[in-house]
Design a binder for this molecule. Structure first.
Ligand code: HEC
Length: 162
């Protein structure tokens, strides 16, 4: 076949056009997500937020965890610890620079606290909660955020009752 190179050229041009259409199509509500695929991914990554976003979730769950223990609602306590782990795992994926400081919290503090919950003993829980709180603050110190000092919650905002 003489014109094989023309066929290859045509395929190349068509594939470039398909690619550029894919790249430029705005998506999402009223097309808020626009630009090339790379720009869209950057925007989505930005929308997911960094470690501060992770900490807002961890802080909520820490508080819920405390009131779960006060209520001796061990199922809810377990649930909150599971989600603290998940939030931190996702957080260090988005901000790998934080992962070294998270290591002892994830590998020691959390597993130790899970064992305490399994005992279903409120006094042990309260002692363990103080250790957990110190570990939150230790990481803040390591990360140069020691002005964020965590203390055992005093006011109950949780709508969950047992
Ligand atoms: C991996 C280390 C690490 C651990 C463990 C950690 N934190 Fe943090 N925390 C940080 C860093 C870093 C920031 C500042 C994040 C930023 O602004 O980018 C922060 C910020 C916060 C904030 C302020 C969030 C905001 O922006 O409003 C709260 C509240 C908080 N942490 C609560 C906790 C609690 C509660 C625990 C323990 C259950 C905890 N943190 C454990 C590293 C950690």
């Amino acid at each position: 076949m003489k014109n094989w190179y023309l066929i290859i050229l045509a395929i190349f041009i068509i594939s470039c056009q398909v690619n550029s259409v894919e790249n430029s199509e705005a998506v999402g509500e009223e097309g808020w997500l626009k630009g090339t695929n790379e720009e869209k991914m950057e925007e989505v990554a930005h929308q997911l937020g960094g470690f501060s976003r992770t900490m807002v979730e961890v802080s909520y769950r820490y508080s819920e965890l405390y009131w779960a223990g006060m209520d001796e609602n061990w199922g809810y306590a377990d649930h909150q610890v599971e989600h603290i782990i998940e939030a931190l795992e996702d957080g260090v994926k988005r901000r790998p620079v934080r992962s070294a400081s998270a290591e002892s919290f994830m590998k020691e503090t959390i597993p130790n606290f899970e064992e305490i919950i399994a005992k279903k003993d409120k006094d042990a829980f309260l002692k363990g909660f103080t250790v957990l709180t110190s570990a939150c603050n230790a990481c803040h110190a390591k990360e140069g955020e020691s002005y964020i000092t965590i203390q055992t919650p005093e006011i109950r905002t949780s709508p969950v009752r047992f």
